[in-house]
Design a protein around this ligand. Structure first.
Ligand code: AKB
Length: 319
């Protein structure tokens, strides 16, 4: 049977890249994009698009009835920094959104569901270097708490109801097609825009705050690979640790300056520093490597060169 895919949250940072990749593989009409943002002619030219609020169960039922998806990627969520500003809204969107999509997947017999978790599930008492797959998890942000609860429900829905949910813990993601919104790791995308615009960036995290990061192409590869892997290979039904690279703002800015002489970084630390300090610095992803063959392609050097190249092509910093 031909696959029919629905992406919830397709206008976000991951959704934008994922939609393009899935449409290239499955054909544009077999990938339905949906987001709370209104439809535009431009979006509809790229393929089917539904304006959809993941908290609106009736609208979700209608959309699933209309498109009969075989696979669902549920990406709609509020990220760490924004959820700290709007805790109740963050909790409701992240949890209720997940329940409404999982329930619709059960009702319409969806074959597979992808739901992203995050390094935010870890907390101040988690080992911060090479963070193990299984360890103390005591997140102290609303986003992290909702992601950890979500992971438990992924496993629960799989064990109790047989829903085939797959999940990975995204590190900070760096891509050029869309900007992130409201995360603690957003500096690692903004820095490239500012490097091209004014060869200078003011960072909201301290110079030596190392965090796990990943180039978007690797994140999309992992997302599609874990969702399409044979069911018997998916041994962890909560969420897989995933690693690409780890760096701090100083190391990233040194590499940008190497590739773009004259670039310099300043620091003006804000509340996101506290969130970053509760997260791991690097991740042990051996379970993902062993179970479904995960392997990243991009290093710090190749990621920086791709980001500068692609954003320049888009005209960022021109004139
Ligand atoms: C955030 O910073 O909130 C996200 C994440 C690590 O999940 N990028």
């Amino acid at each position: 049977m031909a696959e029919k895919i629905i992406i919830l949250g397709s206008e976000g940072q991951v959704g934008t890249d994922l939609a393009a990749s899935l449409r290239a593989v499955y054909g544009k009409n077999n990938v339905v994009c949906s987001d709370i943002k209104p439809a535009t002619e431009e979006k509809q030219d790229l393929g089917p698009y539904e304006e959809l609020n993941v908290l609106d169960r009736n609208a979700i039922t209608e959309t699933f009835r209309k498109h009969k998806p075989t696979m669902v990627y549920h990406l709609a969520a509020m990220l760490s920094a924004t959820a700290e500003k709007f805790p109740r809204k963050g909790w409701d969107l992240n949890m209720e959104g997940m329940f409404s999509i999982f329930d619709a997947c059960m009702e319409f017999d969806v074959k597979r569901v992808f739901w992203p978790s995050s390094i935010a599930v870890f907390g101040p008492n988690t080992p911060r270097i090479d963070t193990p797959q299984f360890c103390v998890m005591d997140p102290n942000t609303i986003y992290g708490i909702s992601k950890l609860a979500g992971e438990r429900f992924c496993e629960y829905y799989h064990q109790k109801y047989g829903l085939d949910v797959r999940s990975i813990r995204y590190p900070g993601l760096i891509g050029w097609k869309a900007k992130p919104g409201g995360g603690t790791t957003d500096y690692a995308v903004d820095i490239f825009h500012q490097a091209l615009i004014q060869n200078q960036y003011t960072c909201f995290l301290k110079a030596d705050t190392a965090l796990p990061m990943m180039y978007m192409d690797d994140a999309i590869k992992a997302t599609i690979n874990v969702t399409e892997a044979d069911s018997n290979l998916i041994k962890i039904r909560s969420s897989y640790n995933l690693s690409g690279m780890s760096f701090d703002p100083k190391t990233l800015s040194d590499e940008i300056a190497r590739q773009r002489p004259g670039f310099h970084i300043d620091y003006d630390i804000d509340g996101r520093q506290q969130i970053a300090e509760s997260w791991p610095q690097s991740i042990d992803d051996s379970a993902a490597r062993n179970d479904w063959g995960w392997k990243p392609d991009f290093s710090l050097e190749t990621m920086v060169s791709e980001m500068l190249k692609q954003l320049s092509k888009m005209g960022v910093g021109a004139n």
